[in-house]
Design a protein around this ligand. Structure first.
Ligand SMILES: Cc1cc2nc3c(=O)[nH]c(=O)nc-3n(C[C@H](O)[C@H](O)[C@H](O)COP(=O)(O)OP(=O)(O)OC[C@H]3O[C@@H](n4cnc5c(N)ncnc54)[C@H](O)[C@@H]3O)c2cc1C
Length: 448
C-alpha cells in the first residue's frame, strides 16, 4: 500500500491465541459462530487506515463491525480481519445549530441518553446496543420514523475511509453520489464510516408510549388484528409509529403485542388506537412520559444477546381474507426448541413516504409496513429446526411482498441486490465501482 500514513497494524489486536478472542468474535446473534484471523479494535482514524492497508498487504478479506447486530453476521467471517470501531464512540451535540456529531462506533443508547437528557427526541431504532452507523447506512426504522423520517433522512454528512485509506466527506455538496448511496444501501460496502452528522429534531416535553397486549390470541383474533392494522395505516396520523407482534411463544402461547410512540396527547392517542379495541381482550395502555423515559422502557426488553433467524419484507398493499388467513397461519405452529416464533409488523408511511424512492438508496418508500418473520431459540441443537422453519414460512411471505429490508437481511435470498435495492441497484453498482473499484469491502451480500 502506498498510503503515506500507513504504519502497520495498530489498535488493540486480538488473535485466535488470545484469551479475549472467543468473546471478541461474537456477534449479538449468537447462532453465528465465525472465526476471524484477526480482530482489530480501532481507537482512531489512523488505526482504521492502517487496518485497511494492512489487510490488503496481507491479502485478508475485511469485515467492518460497529454494533455487531447484523442478523446474518456480515460484520464477521472466517479467516478475515474484523475492523471493529466500537471503541470510536464519542458524540457531540451542537446546541446552537441542533446538530449531533457521532463517531462511527456509537450505539443507539448513547444517542438517546445524550439527547433525551436535554429533551430532544431522535429517530433511531429500538435496540440500545445496535450501532448507529450500521443502522443508518441501511435506512433506519424506528418508533419516530413516521414523524421524523428514517434515521438516514436525518443524516447531513458522513466521513468514510476508503480502500486506499483516504478520508472522504460525503454530503449534499461533496461526493453526493456516495452520500446518496449511504442512505439506505446498508453497511460494509464502500469503506469504514468513522463519523456521521445528524440534524436533531426540536425538543419535546412528553410523548405517549403506547402498549398493546392481547394474551390467549387465536388465529381468528390475529386475522382480525391484521385486517384492522392494514386499514388503520391508511391516512394514519403521521405523529404515531407502531410495531406490532403476532407471536407464538413457549411461555405464553399465542399473543398479540404492540409498542408505539405518539407525539401528541393521550386523549388523541386513545382515539387513534380505538379500532384495535374491537379485538376481544385487547388491552391498550398509554403513558404520557418524556421521550427518554419512553425509549428506556422500549430498550429494556432487549437481552445482551440472542440466537435467532429473522428477515423482513416490504408490504405494499392490503391483503384479502384468504391472504390474511395464510399469513397468520404461518405462525400457528412453532419449530422444535423455539422460545418465540412470529411476525412483526413495522409501520411505515408518514415522513418515510414523503421522500422520493430515488432520492436516497432506500427504495421501498411507498411500502405500508415491513413484515418480519422470526424464530428464536436457546439450545443450539435446535438451530437447524428454527432456520428451516423460517425458510419454509418465508416462501409464502415472499410471494405476497415486494423487496427485502437490507437491515433485516436474509442469507438465502436469491437476487439479493434487486430485492434490497429495487430500481436503485444500477446506480448503487456505479457508486460502488467508483469508490471501491477493487471490491476491497466485500461480504456475502455486498454490492459488486
Ligand atoms: C436486536 C436488534 C434490534 C434491531 N432493531 C432495529 C430497528 O429498530 N430498526 C432498524 O432499522 N434496524 C434494527 N435492527 C437491525 C440493525 O439496524 C442492523 O442489523 C444494523 O446493520 C446493525 O448495525 P450494527 O453496527 O449494530 O451491526 P454490525 O453487524 O456491526 O454492522 C452491520 C453492517 O454494517 C456494516 N458496518 C457497521 N459499522 C460500519 C461502519 N462504521 N462503516 C461501514 N460499515 C459498517 C457491517 O460491515 C455490516 O455489514 C436490529 C437488529 C437487532 C439484532
Amino acid at each position: 500500500m502506498n498510503n503515506s500514513y500507513y504504519n502497520g497494524l495498530t489498535g488493540e489486536i486480538i488473535m485466535p491465541c488470545d484469551e479475549q478472542y472467543d468473546e471478541a468474535r461474537q456477534e449479538y446473534n449468537r447462532s453465528i459462530q465465525k472465526f476471524p484471523k484477526v480482530i482489530v479494535y480501532c481507537c482512531s482514524k489512523t488505526d482504521v487506515i492502517n487496518a485497511i492497508c494492512w489487510a490488503q498487504e496481507k491479502c485478508f478479506e475485511i469485515r467492518i463491525r460497529s454494533g455487531g447486530h447484523n442478523y446474518e453476521g456480515y460484520s464477521v467471517g472466517d479467516n478475515v480481519i474484523v475492523i471493529d470501531i466500537s471503541r470510536m464512540n464519542k458524540l457531540k451535540l451542537d446546541r446552537k445549530r441542533n446538530i449531533l456529531k457521532i463517531d462511527g462506533g456509537v450505539i443507539n443508547s448513547q444517542i438517546y441518553e445524550l439527547l433525551g437528557n436535554e429533551g430532544y427526541p431522535f429517530p433511531s431504532g429500538t435496540c440500545p446496543t445496535v450501532g448507529a452507523a450500521g443502522l443508518t447506512l441501511g435506512g433506519g426504522w424506528g418508533l419516530s420514523c413516521r414523524y421524523f423520517g428514517l434515521t438516514c433522512d436525518n443524516l447531513l454528512s458522513l466521513e468514510i475511509i476508503d480502500y486506499e485509506g483516504n478520508r472522504i466527506i460525503a454530503n449534499k455538496n461533496q461526493n453526493s453520489d456516495l452520500f446518496w448511496a449511504c442512505r439506505g444501501s446498508g453497511g460494509g460496502n464502500f469503506g469504514v464510516v468513522t463519523s456521521m452528522i445528524f440534524k436533531v429534531p426540536e425538543k419535546v416535553n412528553k410523548v405517549c408510549l403506547i402498549k398493546l397486549n392481547c394474551s390467549n390470541a387465536t388465529k381468528e383474533m390475529m386475522s382480525e388484528f391484521l385486517c384492522i392494522w392494514q386499514n388503520w395505516l391508511i391516512n394514519l396520523d403521521e405523529r404515531i409509529t407502531v410495531v406490532s407482534r403476532l407471536f407464538n411463544t413457549k411461555e405464553e402461547g399465542k399473543v398479540i403485542r404492540g409498542t408505539g410512540i405518539f407525539y401528541g396527547l393521550p386523549e388523541e392517542a386513545f382515539e387513534i388506537m380505538n379500532p384495535f379495541t374491537d379485538i376481544e381482550g385487547m388491552e391498550i395502555c398509554i403513558e404520557y412520559i418524556t421521550f427518554l423515559e419512553a425509549i428506556e422502557d422500549i430498550e429494556s426488553v432487549y437481552p445482551d444477546s440472542e440466537k435467532f433467524k429473522t428477515t423482513g419484507r416490504f408490504v405494499n398493499r392490503n391483503y384479502n381474507d384468504d391472504e390474511i388467513s395464510n399469513i397468520v397461519g404461518l405462525v400457528q405452529d412453532r419449530p422444535q426448541g423455539s422460545i418465540i416464533s412470529g411476525l412483526s409488523l413495522y409501520a411505515l408511511g408518514g415522513k418515510v413516504k414523503d421522500v422520493n424512492k430515488f432520492e436516497t438508496a432506500f427504495y421501498y418508500r411507498n411500502a405500508k409496513y415491513i413484515i418480519a418473520i422470526q424464530s428464536e431459540w436457546e439450545n443450539p441443537i435446535y438451530k437447524e429446526d428454527n432456520i428451516n422453519w423460517v425458510k419454509r414460512k418465508f416462501k409464502y411471505l415472499k410471494s405476497v411482498t415486494k423487496g427485502s429490508y437490507i437491515n433485516f437481511p436474509y442469507s438465502n435470498l436469491k437476487n439479493y441486490d434487486k430485492e434490497y435495492y429495487g430500481q436503485n441497484v444500477c446506480r448503487l453498482k456505479e457508486v460502488n465501482q467508483k469508490y471501491d473499484p477493487c471490491n476491497v469491502f466485500k461480504f456475502p451480500q455486498s454490492i459488486n
